[in-house]
Design a protein around this ligand. Sequence first.
Ligand code: ARG
Length: 467
Amino acid sequence: MKSSKTVSRSGRFASHPSANVALFTESISFDWRLWRHDIAGSIAHAMMLQHVGLLTRKECRDITNGLEGIARDIEAGKLQWKLELEDVHMNIEAELTRRVPAGAKLHTARSRNDQVALDMRMWLRDEILSLCGELRGLQRSLIELGGRNADVVIPGYTHLQRAQPVYFAHHLLAYAEMFDRDWERLHDCFARANVCPLGSGAIAGSTLPIDREFVAKQLGFVDAKGRPRVTQNSMDGVSDRDFVLEFAAAAALIAVHLSRLAEDVVLWASAEFHYIRIDDEYTTGSSLMPQKKNPDIAELARGKSGRVIGNLMALLTLLKGLPMTYNRDLQEDKERLFDTTDTVRATVNIVAAMLRHTAVNAGACARAAGDPALLATDLADHLVLKGMPFRKAHHVVGAVVLLAEQLGKPLDTLTLAELRSADKSFGQDALQVFDLKKSLAGRRLTGAPGTSEVRKQLAHWRKRLGR
Ligand code: ARG
């Protein structure tokens, strides 16, 4: 985009800004993305101006038709954005006024300060709804992968050391929970973004008799009962970007959750774990090593969390210490917000697709889950049921584990005599503890990785996600 001669300049200025100033201050190169919402907001504003008698019926119709024509041209790629017109708001208004004289009345009782706040809220509302739907898709992929492998058991880990056996589905369901909280956070965020700032003017509202509630209703800024929701302080209305920050924070947490899931996928796809196999078309090769098949999607999903977290930091820093009310600094919110939504939405979608193209290596999982040491805690619980204090049982089983290690035998192959050398309370039934199926069947607590619990959870999620 090149700067040519300046087209629109108010009477206050004797000269146009120099080309380098226009280049430094412009935002059209990125805020053009707000055009749909800017036009929708302007149409609602015009209808309100007619409603209160500030526009004639004809003027309103001319403006509305003009704006709809501009929308069609933008859609068709026919509108040339002009850098010298600074931003999307001025570009559209100037184009409208060029087409219809009544366009000069559109900005009545409006400032770009409340206009941009309105556009951002409207744009974000739509992005939030899209992202919410996409999170559901990701949850569905997790549930389906778990459901396709409902019998697969893997070691659960703490400190990335084998801890206790869990169903593979249980591990995936943990992520479904995380993304559910993310979904809820987005909904909270939506509610606070869904308040109409139009009518705040530049800072102090307007002396003209406009109807803020009318515009709010037109644009869907309503509560559950359909009552209009408008901002209650004109200064806050134009300077508030909390809704952007809240979204950026919720998005950063989504990115962090995605990075954790990605890390599990990277580990599981390694030869060392070998729990999963990602389809060829969802992996990439190495330019040098012919044997390589890399989980690049997962790695990038992990890596992209960096920029989303960075965007949150940039936005927090942007607002910190800003005096009331609107300051041009606020223009810097857009690229961070756009990058955040683009990055998180793309990552959610590609990770969901990757999971749909992922198979489980049941054999490798069974071998890992067959490690009898995973049931050491079950052996301690067994002693507790015989009346032994847990602390003592923990100590006794620790000694049994050490003995097995010294004898170079798996834990479940110790003889009763060897067990009894650690503690006399062991009986014949102690060896029955090492039954993986039974152990999992016995985990009946809510939220536990028990056989029936996990099946219940899978069924619950399928129902909730509509599959
Ligand atoms: N492009 C500006 C922004 O994004 C629009 C508001 C400009 N307001 C102003 N008083 N210069 O913040």
